[in-house]
Every structure is written in structure tokens, then in C-alpha cells.
Design a protein around this ligand. Structure first.
Ligand SMILES: NC(=O)c1ccc[n+]([C@@H]2O[C@H](COP(=O)([O-])OP(=O)(O)OC[C@H]3O[C@@H](n4cnc5c(N)ncnc54)[C@H](O)[C@@H]3O)[C@@H](O)[C@H]2O)c1
Ligand SMILES: O=C(O)CC[C@@H](O)C(=O)O
Length: 418
């Protein structure tokens, strides 16, 4: 089988994958288009940000598994993969610490105007008075939207800075919030109204797209700090820029709506003055009462620690698939079965017995949803468990029992498996 790594992956993982019984092809520069040309004949695909489209999957006749070496998987057409019976797995939480570290970095950088202070020193200036006006973090409240892997890492670090943590998240109940030591918010606006700092750690979905707009910014106090190291499309960009001008919002970003993929240039007016008509110049820096935007070029997950943790998890997923037939972190296998009954069949482990049982079920119009089969020591007998939607009739069961090789047949109503 062939394994194609279509993005940069930590060298240690490439080495470990090469020790598995699979031919490893490392092509980190593949793009959406060139992947379509290279995917034929591949059994396992590893990607980070290279998109996997339905068009590529059309050509992926031998593909079994796609591993996204990262947290989310929206760059993969998961529906198209599911239609073709291809597993999609990810590496949840493995880069969370690195993202949280950058969030804390952006937070302090924004509060202390570190970037402008350094720029000023680089220009030969000593503007100590101007850069001595930070508000400080101790005693403030940070609102965390999305208390998943990254959100919790941020909470942990924020507490060490003496911040009160408030959280809003889909499944965060007041009781769970109390257990985590965070103030519970029942909505994003409620969270903003309780916070001096708002940081986003939500996934992008149809429900969360542009979830942060005018009302959320209006609920934040003037001069609040806003951090987004999650996804740009969570935010109404125009509303954010307006809040910078009208409410002195101070912003730290790692993600952008128009991130360049294969270029080294990024022409943007985001980091200059936001006031309409104000001229940007190389030496412009915000006054101490002005809002502003700082940014990093989508590097939150890019620490060596994080890349190694993600790569190690990628190897674990592939090794488990190849050696045990099990896919950890799979995201596209249904977890809710429509089966209502389990047919338990003990039989002699002989060629054709199982096929005979299936042909009886087929004749009686019964579709099998899930199957497990265990072989007993010595190899003489096996026990198959077939999950089905409708209860097989007595006649159907009698036909199965009539085979000499069938030792016992039982039907159990799910989820009562005793
Ligand atoms: N900048 C980067 O390099 C970088 C790196 C890693 C992750 N990320 C992004 O950070 C985000 C969070 O990552 P994570 O690993 O913590 O994910 P996660 O799945 O562990 O956490 C997401 C949290 O959001 C909550 N949530 C989902 N939908 C919600 C909704 N509609 N309303 C309220 N809460 C909702 C979930 O319950 C969960 O607690 C993702 O968007 C991810 O892509 C960015
Ligand atoms: O691979 C990367 O560096 C991007 C990471 C991040 O955006 C993710 O979704 O995990």
C-alpha cells in the first residue's frame, strides 16, 4: 500500500512511518490541483492545509484513509470521502498548548504595545513615557468562547496571570463551568459583557460563521482586547474594524479571511491606522488611546513541540489502521446506529457458513447494519453478532438454525444486550 504525505510533516514522523509496512511518498509541496494528479494508487493520505476535494476523491479509487495532521478538517470534503467509504481522522487537541501560548503572547503584546515599542527602538527612539501606559492583566476578566482543547489550555494559563476566566461553549453548563473554575456565560454577548478580554476558540460551522459581530463588540467595554487565533470567518471583519475606530478595541489576530497560500506577500491595511482617511506610513504607531490591530501569520500551532505532538498522533492513527484495522479519531463513521436488534449466531468456523446465514437474511429482506465476529480458541467455532433494523421472522431464524454448521441462534433487542 502507498502512503502519500501531501504537506510538511515533522521528520521524525516521516521516519517512523517509513518503518511501517507501507511505501511512503513525501511530497510536501502538493497543492489542491496537483494532489488530484497524484492521488491515484494512494491508500493512505496525510494532509495539513492542502485541500482534499471531491474531484480528487473521484480519482482516489484505492484510498482507505485520510489523516488531517491538525485540529479541524474543513479543508477535506468529508461528505465526498464518506460517500466513497474512506475514513477521515484528525489529531484533536495536539496543538492546543501551542495555540494557547500564542494567545497569551498576543494578549501581553497588545496590552504592552510590544510590537510598536520594538519598532520604535529599531528606529532609534526611546519613547519610555509613551509605552509606559499599559493597563495590565491582573484582576481583569478574560472571556473564552469555545471551552474545548485550546480554550481550556488558555483558561489554565490565564489563571496563572491572575485573570478571572469566564467561558461560553456549546456544552458548558453552569455546573461544568464551576468544576472548571470558570464563570458561566449563557451566550457570546453575555460572555462579552462580563469580559475585558475576549478570545475565540470555536470551530467554524454554519452556526458559528460571523458569530462575532456588532452586538458582541458593543457588549465589550471600551478599550477591550479581542484575540482571534481560531478562524477568521467567525468574525464580521467590518464590525471588528469599526470597533477598533469607535471603541478603541485592541486586537490580536493569527487568522485572516484572505490568507495567501502559496505566496510570501500579504498586502493588507489591517495593521495600519483604521480611522477613515488616516494615512499609513512605515513609522505609524497607534497613540495610547487609539484602537489597533496586531497580527501573526497563522503560526499559532507552529511550534516544534506542537508539530511533533501532531505528527506523533498522525503516526499512531496510521499504525493502528495498518496493524489493527482500527482508526482512532475517525470523524465520519456514524456513531448512532439505526439497528434495533442483534442476531447472535454461534457456528462452526467453516467456509461458507457465514455466507449461508447472510443469504437467508437477504432472502427475508433484512439489511445488516453492523457485524462483529469472534473466533474461539482452537478455531473450531465462532460467534457472529449482526445488528439489524427489523426483527427476523421465526421462519427466517428457523432457516438459519437448519444449517448443520449453525450451533445456536438468538435475537436480542437493542440496547439490551444481556
Ligand atoms: N491558529 C491556528 O493555527 C489554530 C490551531 C489549532 C486550532 N485552531 C482553531 O481553534 C479552534 C478551536 O480548536 P480546538 O482544538 O479547541 O477545538 P475543540 O473542538 O476542542 O473545541 C471547540 C469548542 O467549541 C465548542 N463549540 C462548537 N460549536 C459551538 C457553538 N455553535 N457554540 C458554542 N460553542 C461551540 C465545542 O463544544 C468545543 O468545546 C478551531 O477553530 C481550530 O481550527 C487554530
Ligand atoms: O497545520 C497548521 O499549521 C495549521 C493548524 C491549525 O490551523 C489547525 O487547524 O490545526
Amino acid at each position: 500500500m502507498r502512503l502519500l504525505i501531501a504537506d510538511k510533516l515533522h521528520p521524525r514522523a516521516v521516519e517512523e512511518l517509513s518503518a511501517l509496512p507501507i511505501e511512503v511518498i513525501y511530497e510536501p509541496d502538493l497543492t489542491k490541483e496537483s494532489l488530484e494528479e497524484r492521488i491515484a494508487g494512494v491508500g493512505v493520505l496525510v494532509v495539513r492545509s492542502t485541500p482534499v476535494t471531491a474531484a480528487a476523491l473521484e480519482k482516489a479509487k484505492t484510498l482507505h484513509l485520510i489523516v488531517r495532521a491538525g485540529a479541524e478538517y474543513q479543508t477535506i470534503d468529508v461528505r465526498a470521502a464518506s460517500r466513497r467509504g474512506i475514513y477521515v481522522a484528525n489529531c484533536p487537541g495536539k496543538n492546543a498548548a501551542a495555540v494557547a501560548e500564542l494567545v497569551m503572547g498576543l494578549l501581553i503584546a497588545v496590552d504592552r504595545r510590544v510590537v510598536d515599542a520594538v519598532t520604535s527602538l529599531r528606529n532609534g527612539q526611546w519613547r519610555r513615557g509613551e509605552y509606559s501606559k499599559a493597563e495590565g492583566l491582573l484582576g481583569k476578566t478574560i472571556g473564552i468562547a469555545g471551552m474545548g482543547a485550546v480554550g481550556r489550555e488558555v483558561a489554565h494559563r490565564a489563571k496563572a496571570f491572575g485573570l478571572t476566566v469566564a467561558g461560553f461553549s456549546r456544552s458548558l453548563t453552569p455546573m461544568k463551568a464551576a468544576e472548571l473554575g470558570v464563570v458561566h456565560a449563557h451566550s457570546l454577548e453575555d460572555l462579552a459583557s462580563k469580559s475585558h478580554i475576549l478570545t475565540l476558540h470555536l470551530p467554524i460551522t454554519e452556526r458559528t460563521r460571523h458569530i462575532v459581530g456588532k452586538r458582541v463588540f458593543a457588549a465589550l467595554p471600551p478599550r477591550a482586547i479581542f484575540i482571534n487565533a481560531a478562524r477568521a470567518d467567525l468574525v464580521d471583519q467590518a464590525a471588528m474594524r469599526e470597533a477598533v475606530v469607535t471603541r478603541g478595541l485592541r486586537v490580536g489576530l493569527d487568522v485572516y479571511p484572505d490568507e495567501p497560500r502559496d505566496k510570501l506577500e500579504y498586502a493588507s491595511d489591517l495593521f495600519g491606522p483604521q480611522t477613515p482617511g488616516a494615512e499609513a506610513s512605515g513609522t505609524w504607531s497607534p497613540s495610547d488611546s487609539e484602537g489597533f490591530i496586531y497580527g501573526t501569520p497563522h503560526i499559532a500551532a507552529a511550534t516544534d513541540q506542537s508539530q511533533l505532538a501532531v505528527a506523533t498522533e498522525t503516526v499512531r492513527v496510521i499504525r493502528s489502521f495498518l496493524l489493527e484495522g482500527h482508526v482512532p479519531n475517525v470523524v465520519n463513521v456514524t456513531t448512532t446506529s439505526i439497528a434495533n436488534f442483534q442476531v447472535v449466531i454461534r457456528m462452526q468456523d467453516k467456509i461458507g457458513t457465514f455466507a449461508n446465514v447472510l443469504s437467508v437474511l437477504k432472502r427475508h429482506g433484512i439489511n445488516v447494519e453492523e457485524v462483529t465476529n469472534s473466533v474461539f480458541e482452537g478455531g473450531g467455532a465462532s460467534c457472529a453478532k449482526l445488528r439489524v433494523v427489523s426483527r427476523p421472522s421465526e421462519m427466517c431464524l428457523q432457516e438459519i438454525r437448519a444449517f448443520d454448521e449453525v450451533l445456536h441462534v438468538d435475537v436480542v433487542t437493542l440496547p439490551n444486550l444481556a
